[in-house]
Design a protein around this ligand. Sequence first.
Ligand code: PGA
Length: 250
Amino acid sequence: MKLIEVENYEAMSKKAGEAVIEQVKQKPNSVLGLATGGTPTGMYRYLVQDYKKNQTSYHQVHSVNLDEYIGLAADSPQSYSRYMNENLFDHINIQKEQTHLPSAGASSDKTEGEKYENLIASLGGIDLQVLGIGENGHIGFNEPGTAFSSETGVVELTASTREANARYFNSIEDVPTHAISMGIATIMKSRQILLLVSGVKKANVLYKLLTGEINEQLPASILKKHKNVTLIADRDALSVVKEKEGSVSR
Ligand code: PGA
């Protein structure tokens, strides 16, 4: 894992945005794997500003998102479909029909997951996947204990994830219990991965990631086996690593 240390959230967002822009310039018909949540909003802001200023074109880009809650209407304020429109798609020239999220209406059978796997394969695979990390080490909504061989499918959210995301809902009871998530094996097939980590809330998990074993209890740890991962982490996220210094393996 290549580590880029940055000062703060703004700097992380800029670095990540620059990497996405570079990818799209190098390959105008790139397949971008996109993430939601608090972490990438600054990166999306950077992309929108750049689009306004430099007209970087997304006309040929396809996007596939990591995950979606089960059971929310697409226009529900908390749906990731709406998040993507509001934070990015409505502000750049990407063709909406070339943007994809796993289906919020998926039942627990395998059909929707398989459809999503086939879609990604038909696009030629993901060129650049943007990832955040959960406080419990999840990537996408693949919670601790998920097999590294997992493919896209319906997953149950842990109590800690529902608590972490309750800030976006009226109450924790309103947070869906299930989601559909790109699998860990699916994420690992991406040609390049950008892992964004910001803030003190992520400092413990980042320490575990950088110093611990590769273990299914820490889903993100599998990324250490990927050949092309860039971790962009800010000072706060690295605070526990710095405190304990010691041997950090990547
Ligand atoms: P966050 O979520 O960006 O809102 O912290 C990250 C994640 O849960 O993967």
